[in-house]
Design a protein around this ligand. Sequence first.
Ligand code: NAG
Ligand code: NAG
Length: 199
Amino acid sequence: MKYLLLPIAIHVALCVSSIQSLDMDSAKESPCFKIEKTVPLDMEYWANIKTSYYPLMSRLELYGVAVDLLQKDPAEISESELYYDSCIVWKHTNESYYSEGFGGQTREYVAVPKDDKFEVYTMHSVDGKGYSGTAYTTYTDNQTFLFSAACGDDGQMTWSVGTTTPTLPHGTVEKIHEHALSLGFKKEFFTELRYDGCD
Ligand SMILES: *[C@@H]1O[C@H](CO)[C@@H](O)[C@H](O)[C@H]1NC(C)=O
Ligand SMILES: *[C@@H]1O[C@H](CO)[C@@H](O)[C@H](O)[C@H]1NC(C)=O
């Protein structure tokens, strides 16, 4: 038995280490594609939402936001830390727009709308490094969630949902997932962030 256990232990250790850090390549879903239809946001409402949660998205989107926020190599970020301890939210105060998570880390961005209802806008970090791309608002109820598809300047397509509460009703999540599929995103890249363990 002793002799059999050793290789199993090594095998388990290798598997664990290979899934522990963020693998950006495995999260790449699709090159950018054209978004045919966008929808307007009620900016009077959304401008008053100072903190939005970030519960549903594609895997590359979540990894990209975490890497940019921590300013670390993806190999240095563990998946369990991201999923269970990051508590990433988006905040805005006047003109400043930033992500916050991993115990108070922040990363500031500039969002430049191409129209007055944020149907299409570009986004980049204030220092011009790291994440930048163009986002398209394609689905919202103007109340609890807004769905954006984004084409990163790295040529990769992602999606994410900003919400006013940490969780959404099951039916809303289903509609959002159907919407993502209708745009051409794939189920195997769906992921989510939970706020159960957050303050
Ligand atoms: C959201 O608000 C905008 C601006 O008021 C409006 O044009 C749009 O129809 C609203 N969408 C929904 C789904 O209520
Ligand atoms: C936001 O703007 C108001 C009015 O212009 C100002 O009093 C306040 O200090 C600003 N807050 C921040 C965090 O910049």
